[in-house]
Design a protein around this ligand. Structure first.
Ligand code: CTP
Length: 409
C-alpha cells in the first residue's frame, strides 16, 4: 500500500470503551500508512488498555493523565495540536463525545481537539441505547455541524452480547477516513465569491429598510468552502456573527454597494454563491436630512435595485458556476424553477421561509436543491453548517462533472 500518511502527525485518542483494543489496531494501521502516531488515553480508556501497549506500538510516549506533569502537558497539547495533520478519537465513548461537543478540556485528547485547526475524526462506539439517546445524538449533530467527521458505527454484536447498532467501525474504514481528511481539499485553489446577510437601504441618515437575514447560511457556506481548500471572499451586508474562518471579508451596506463589490470580483471567481437577501427596492431621494415627524401620512418612493445574481448570470463565462437562493413563502418549487431559469443559475437552493424554525435568523435550514439539468433533491431539516456541506458537495460535483466533460473532449 502507498504510504499516504507519510510524515504526517496523527493524534489518536482512545477513550473508555470495550473497543479500546481496536484503538491499538488503528494505531498500527495508521503507522502502516506512514503516520507518526501520538496516542493518548483518557482515564477511562486506560482502564481498558495500557499505555504500554500504545507506546510500544507507536514508539511515542503516551499521555494519560494530563495533570501528571503540568509543565510538560501544557506545552505538549498545544505543540501536538499544531503539528497534527488530523486528530482521531477512536473509539469515542458517549462521555468523550459529550465532552468534545461541549468543548470541555479535562482530558488530554479534548484539549488537543480544542487547540487544533486540523480535521477531527470521531468514531463512536457504545451500547445501542446510549448511541440512540437524544443527548448523544444531539452531541453528534453538533460536532457534525462544526465540521467534525463522524464515522458511523456498525451494527453487530455489542459488549453486552446483544446485537445492536453501536459497534466501532472497522479500523480500516477509520484509517481510510483519516487519509481522506488529510488529503488536499476538493476545492483546493478554487476562487469562490459568497454574498451574505441583508442589505440596508437608507430612508434618511438614521433610518433604513432591511430584512431578517442573519447571514448565517452564507457564512456557513463560506466557511465550508474555505475548509475544503477554496479561496473565499465574502461580500457581506451588516450582520452580528463572526467572520467565517479562513475567508476574506468585504463589508457593505446597500444593494448598490454589494453589486459594485460583487461585479468587481465576479470575473475572477470560479463560483459565485449568492446567499445574500438583497433588497429589491431602495428609497428614492433618501437625503442627508433626517425626516421630521408630521401629522400627515408620509409616502416614500421605492425604486427597484439591480438584480446582482441575474447580472452575473448574463455575464457568466464558460467554467463559472452560479449558486442562487430562492426565499419563498408560497408555491416554493414553481417560483424556484422560474428563478433558476431567469437568472441562469446552475444550482438553486429553494427555502420556504414561512416555515417556523428554519431559514431567516434560525440555525437550521431545509429545502430543495434544483439543478439546471432539471434534477431536484430534497434537503431535510438540519443545522445550517451541515446544510452548507451538502450544497458545497453539489458544487464540487458540478465542477467535477465539467472537468470530466472537458477532459473527454
Ligand atoms: N438576488 C440578487 N440581487 C438582488 C436580489 C436577489 O443577487 N437584487 C439574489 C439573491 O441573493 C438570491 C436570489 O437572487 O440568490 C433570489 O433572491 P430572492 O429574494 O429569493 O428573489 P428575488 O429575485 O428578489 O424575487 P422575489 O423577492 O420577488 O421573490
Amino acid at each position: 500500500m502507498t504510504e499516504r500518511l507519510d510524515d504526517k502527525t496523527i493524534v489518536l485518542g482512545v477513550t473508555g470503551s470495550i473497543a479500546a483494543y481496536k484503538g491499538a489496531e488503528l494505531a498500527r494501521r495508521l503507522m502502516d500508512l506512514g503516520a507518526d502516531v501520538h496516542a493518548t488515553l483518557t482515564r477511562a480508556g486506560a482502564e481498558f488498555i495500557t499505555p504500554l501497549t500504545l507506546r510500544t506500538l507507536t514508539g511515542n510516549p503516551v499521555t494519560v493523565d494530563m495533570f501528571e506533569e503540568p509543565s510538560e502537558w501544557q506545552v505538549k497539547h498545544v505543540s501536538l495540536a499544531e503539528r497534527a495533520a488530523a486528530v482521531v478519537v477512536a473509539p469515542a465513548s458517549a462521555d468523550a463525545i459529550a465532552k468534545l461537543s461541549l468543548g470541555l478540556a479535562d482530558e488530554f485528547i479534548c484539549t488537543v481537539a480544542l487547540a487544533t485547526r486540523a480535521p477531527v475524526i470521531v468514531a463512536p462506539a457504545m451500547n445501542d441505547k446510549m448511541l440512540s439517546h437524544p443527548a448523544t445524538q444531539e452531541h453528534l449533530e453538533r460536532l457534525r455541524a462544526r465540521g467534525v467527521r463522524i464515522i458511523e458505527p456498525e451494527t453487530g454484536r455489542l459488549a453486552s452480547g446483544a446485537v445492536g447498532h453501536g459497534r466501532l467501525a472497522d479500523p480500516q474504514v477509520i484509517a481510510a477516513a483519516v487519509v481522506e481528511a488529510v488529503a488536499p481539499g476538493d476545492l483546493e485553489g478554487v476562487r469562490v465569491l459568497v454574498t451574505a446577510g441583508p442589505t440596508r437601504e437608507p430612508l434618511d441618515p438614521v433610518r433604513f429598510l432591511s430584512n431578517r437575514s442573519s447571514g448565517k447560511m452564507g457564512y456557513a457556506l463560506a466557511e465550508a468552502a474555505a475548509r475544503r481548500g477554496a479561496e473565499v471572499t465574502v461580500v457581506s451586508g451588516p450582520v452580528s456573527i463572526p467572520v467565517p474562518a479562513g475567508c476574506r471579508m468585504k463589508a457593505v451596506e446597500t444593494a448598490a454597494e454589494m453589486r459594485r463589490e460583487v461585479m468587481r470580483r465576479f470575473p475572477r471567481c470560479r463560483v459565485l454563491i449568492a446567499a445574500a437577501a438583497v433588497a429589491d427596492y431602495s428609497v428614492a431621494g433618501a437625503g442627508k436630512k433626517k425626516l421630521k415627524r408630521g401629522d400627515e401620512p408620509l409616502s416614500v418612493e421605492l425604486v427597484p435595485t439591480k438584480d446582482i445574481l441575474a447580472e452575473c448570470g448574463d455575464r457568466k463565462k464558460a467554467g463559472q458556476l452560479l449558486v442562487g437562493f430562492a426565499a419563498e413563502t408560497e408555491d416554493l418549487l414553481p417560483h424556484a424553477r422560474e428563478k433558476l431559469a431567469a437568472k441562469k443559475v446552475d444550482l438553486l437552493v429553494a427555502n420556504d421561509v414561512s416555515q417556523p424554525g428554519i431559514g431567516f435568523e434560525s440555525d437550521r435550514n431545509a429545502g430543495y436543491l434544483l439543478l439546471a439539468d432539471g434534477a431536484e433533491v430534497e434537503l431535510p431539516e438540519m443545522e445550517k453548517a451541515a446544510f452548507a456541506e451538502r450544497i458545497i458537495d453539489a458544487v464540487v460535483e458540478r465542477l467535477g462533472a465539467r472537468e470530466g466533460r472537458r477532459r473527454r473532449r
